[in-house]
Design a protein around this ligand. Structure first.
Ligand SMILES: Nc1ncnc2c1ncn2[C@@H]1O[C@H](COP(=O)(O)OP(=O)(O)OP(=O)(O)O)[C@@H](O)[C@H]1O
Ligand SMILES: [Mg+2]
Length: 145
């Protein structure tokens, strides 16, 4: 089900999206980001992390596949995945994916969630599709439950 849609959002306006996204940052919740190379997945995670007060620097887990952060005030653990190179159940097990999504105390955000659609949680999940706007300098964001 479509929850929200934002069109023609420039990088200077990205907090419109990250503030909406921040509403879903709670223990046991998962956000999946879907968008091509360079769509803006990591930029969105990065801005979100500023809003929810992550103290450590955030970076794309392209090589590590999983980065973990903690919110300064509430000590919520954030599991940040990049599934670009992941496709099998065994791959997911080896990076600790199931431990993370079964941990009711942490929050998960997954880049390239479309690579693992059938392994995503069935509940407490929101998907965000990011596409280029007609103005290629901007992006469209659609939130789905
Ligand atoms: N809303 C936006 N409007 C305009 N440019 C944007 C927006 N969001 C991100 N960008 C730009 O898109 C580029 C790629 O962003 P980013 O690295 O976040 O993409 P990505 O989806 O994580 O890509 P990859 O899958 O390759 O890791 C950056 O140069 C960034 O400036
Ligand atoms: Mg990225």
């Amino acid at each position: 089900m479509k929850l929200a849609e934002f069109k023609n959002i420039g990088l200077d306006e990205i907090e419109i999206i990250s503030l909406k996204l921040a509403e879903f940052v709670k223990p046991g919740f998962t956000i999946g980001l879907i968008g091509d190379l360079g769509a803006g997945k990591t930029c969105l995670v990065s801005d979100l992390c500023k809003k929810i007060k992550i103290t450590s620097g955030i970076s794309s887990p392209t090589f590590t596949l999983l980065n973990q952060y903690e919110t300064a005030e509430t000590h919520l653990l954030i599991n940040h995945f990049d599934m670009y190179r992941i496709s099998t159940f065994e791959d997911l097990e080896s990076i600790g994916y199931y431990d993370c999504i079964n941990d009711i105390n942490s929050f998960n955000i997954i880049e390239w969630a479309d690579k693992i659609l059938k392994y995503l949680p069935k509940e407490n999940l929101v998907l965000i599709k990011i596409t280029y706007s007609i103005d290629l300098e901007k992006r469209d964001y659609v939130f789905y439950s």
